[in-house]
Write a protein that binds this ligand. Structure first.
Ligand code: ADP
Ligand code: MG
Ligand code: MG
Length: 252
């Protein structure tokens, strides 16, 4: 499995410092969850890892198996095995879901070793079935006119198809009804294995009833302020974040 290592990461947006020294290591085989109040920098962390141009890294390092991720272009990060499911997936008009997936899969393969159309369709059908997605979605333009739930299922479809080394899933549970939540969780759980590490960003513990993380981290004011096991998420659900603020002497 791969190792994503984040050290003392500071990130600014338009000269405002949002992340103030984040340390986090995610290894293949591990599921990590990041929880935290709104506006504490969770999505900023995800965007910085994937190289969104608006997010400026002012200090610290991100490496994947020792390679400097911050030196990589966005597409290089994906080819290196990083994957981001965004909180708000964007629509891509003129590109069908199927075409998008096939070129993304092939972008991670050597030239001359592209996936055959037959094999691609077979694997795609299998995953569409597994995620209970209507087959017609594959021929629709990516995310265009998709409902919130369809977008999230589609992100998991991409995850299953692309088989990244390390995935960051930003609020993959937001806006899902219970059936969709179960399907999405089922897809993420199916990825479990030595060659897959995952960072699950969520505001609520609900998703973690279906996906048991190995580690839970709490982010506040741009830092990971507390880490623990699954029991930490349960306590947050029951008691909120105030006790952590008190424990650490954090002011609002
Ligand atoms: P979270 O995901 O934890 O809710 P975010 O990372 O989205 O938090 O936001 C952290 C802070 O950065 C917030 O104060 C937010 O307003 C600010 N922020 C995030 N994205 C942008 C942006 N594109 N432009 C300006 N400010 C932003
Ligand atoms: Mg620092
Ligand atoms: Mg967010």
């Amino acid at each position: 499995g791969s190792v994503l290592e984040i050290r003392n990461l500071h990130v600014s947006i338009e000269d405002k410092e949002i992340l103030k020294g984040v340390d986090l290591t995610i290894k293949g085989g591990e599921f990590h969850a990041i929880m935290g109040p709104n506006g504490t920098g969770k999505s900023t962390l995800a965007s910085a890892i994937m190289g969104h141009p608006k997010y400026e890294v002012t200090e610290g390092t991100i490496t994947l198996d020792g390679e400097d991720v911050l030196e990589m272009e966005v597409d290089e990060r994906a080819r290196a095995g990083l994957f981001l499911a965004m909180q708000y997936p964007s629509e891509i008009s003129g590109v069908t879901t199927s075409d998008f997936l096939r070129s993304a899969i092939n972008a991670r393969r050597e030239e001359g070793n592209e996936v055959s159309l037959m094999k691609f369709i077979k694997e795609l059908d299998k995953d569409l079935d597994y995620l209970e997605i209507d087959g017609s979605m594959a021929t629709r333009y990516l995310n265009e006119g998709f409902s919130g739930g369809e977008k999230k299922r589609n992100e998991i479809l991409q995850l299953m198809q692309l088989k990244p080394e390390i995935a960051i899933l930003d609020e993959i549970d937001s806006g899902l009804d219970i059936d969709a939540l179960k399907v999405v969780s089922k897809g993420i759980n199916k990825m479990r294995g030595e060659n897959f590490g995952c960072l699950i960003i969520t505001h609520y513990q609900r998703l973690l009833n279906y996906i048991t993380p190995d580690y839970v981290h709490v982010m506040m004011q741009g830092r990971v302020v507390k880490s623990g096991g699954p029991e930490l998420a349960k306590r947050l659900e029951a008691e909120g974040y105030d006790w952590i603020k008190e424990e650490l002497g954090i002011e609002d």
